[in-house]
Design a protein around this ligand. Structure first.
Ligand SMILES: Cc1ncc(COP(=O)(O)O)c(C=O)c1O
Length: 406
């Protein structure tokens, strides 16, 4: 006979309770809706390939070649030299001079973010994170036993950071400022004066800026310069990847570039030490990095044009819905509209009711750190225009009924 002890569920760590990633968490609810026979339109995940955009063939060829040429060994932990050199050359030609020895090739921007936060923030440390935020930052900080301090992005000012609020949040435990520009979930691009103010703020307070620039090539009017262009000697670490602008999110291939400031030398060493522990990121995919950054990027011209058309449709259709407002995005594939909720209702209730009634899946603003009663929600507008028209027909009809009935 077995003792009762051995039949008990294996306990999980407390940190899992603190870890939350709303963009995927809400999928469980959608799957239940799907099981009941309703078609679900997944507008929750920013994956252009899932909506029919194609990975450029020359990048696929580079990976195929690498596989056939036998590059199936472990690689150097910071990445293969050709990829690191291409990333360094790309930043340098965009005005942020970086050397290859300060570039790390990572499993997407995501791993870069996790490596750097692990390298610079102790338990109890604080990091300034935008609100709304991309939820990986808060999730990783929770895992590390550190704290996210939210600074407001202001929907009444094109979702720009509220500098006064930022100033109020700094304490002796503050370690870094996260700047996501172009932004997910708002689609905003920050003007040069705002970027200068953020740089000045971080410099004054001795903070490193974690510049999430994964949408840098997806400004509707063309690529957006890296933040480091404005001050190559500032303490900046930039992150990006092949996921968005190079249409290969499943490859999990990205990079970080650590600025030349000697104040960051210890961070380079710390990241290297942590990167050694995970051996390397996937090697064959790294062979696509130089191909992406030095080869043909003409796919981006059509991609930006398609995104702008989808954004225009999204904004005009949302603004036509009674009770809904929307700041127009200027980059990427996200919009963050707001529905004026009746007192006592939450954004999550609205999003779930929308899902159950129509099969349209969006993510509630509180999943990005916003107060639930404010009624924000995020739409990924990568679907084809006809599909989006159908989605907005459903959403408009549902929202009018929802606001009437509650
Ligand atoms: C702002 C932001 N940072 C990082 C990521 C993660 O991207 P990657 O696929 O490069 O890990 C995303 C993905 O949606 C994102 O929106």
């Amino acid at each position: 006979m077995q003792s009762t002890k051995t039949r008990r569920a294996i306990p999980t760590a407390a940190r899992v309770d603190r870890f939350s990633y709303a963009i995927r968490n809400i999928v469980a609810e959608a799957q239940r809706v799907e099981a009941s026979g309703t078609r679900v339109r997944y507008l929750n995940i920013g994956d252009p390939v899932a909506f029919g955009f194609q990975t450029p063939p020359h990048l696929i060829a580079a990976v195929e070649r690498a596989l056939r040429d036998g590059h199936n060994n472990y690689g150097p932990s910071p990445g293969i030299p050709s990829a690191r050199e291409a990333v360094a050359a790309e930043y340098s030609s965009n005005g942020f001079p970086v050397t290859a020895d300060r570039v790390f090739i990572t499993a997407g921007t995501s791993e870069g973010i996790e490596l750097v936060l692990s390298a610079i923030v102790d338990e109890g440390g604080e990091v300034l994170v935008p609100m709304p935020t991309y939820p990986l930052y808060t999730a990783v900080l929770a895992k590390l036993g550190a704290r996210a301090k939210y600074y407001r992005l202001d929907p009444n000012r094109h979702w720009l950071p509220d500098l006064g609020h930022l100033n109020d949040l700094v304490t002796p435990d503050t370690r870094a400022l996260v700047v996501i520009d172009p932004n997910n979930p708002t689609g905003a691009v920050y003007p040069t004066e705002m970027r200068r103010s953020l740089l000045a703020f971080a410099e004054d307070r001795g903070l490193v800026i974690l510049a999430d620039e994964v949408y840098g090539d997806l400004g509707f009017d063309g690529p957006v310069s890296p933040l480091g262009l404005l001050d190559p000697d500032a303490a900046i670490i930039s992150f990006s990847s092949l996921s968005k602008a190079y249409l290969a999110p499943g490859w999990r291939t990205g990079w970080m570039a650590i600025g030349r400031s000697p104040r960051l030398d210890d961070v380079v060493a710390a990241v290297k030490k942590l990167a050694d522990g995970r051996l390397c990121s996937t090697v064959p995919m790294q062979y696509a990095v130089a191909e992406a950054l030095t080869g043909d990027r003409s796919h981006q011209i059509g991609f930006r044009r398609d995104l702008k058309a989808r954004s225009d449709l999204t904004v005009s259709r949302l603004r036509a819905m009674p009770g809904v407002t929307c700041v127009a995005p200027t980059a990427a594939f996200y919009a963050m509209p707001r529905v004026t909720l009746p007192p006592g209702r939450t954004d999550e209730e609205y999003v779930k009711a929308l899902l159950h009634a129509t099969g349209v899946l969006c993510v509630h603003g509180s999943g990005f750190g916003l107060p639930p009663e404010q009624g924000f929600f995020r739409i990924v507008f990568l679907a084809p225009l006809d599909e989006l028209r159908m989605v907005y027909d459903l959403m408009g009809k549902f929202t009018a009924e929802y606001l009437r009935s509650v």
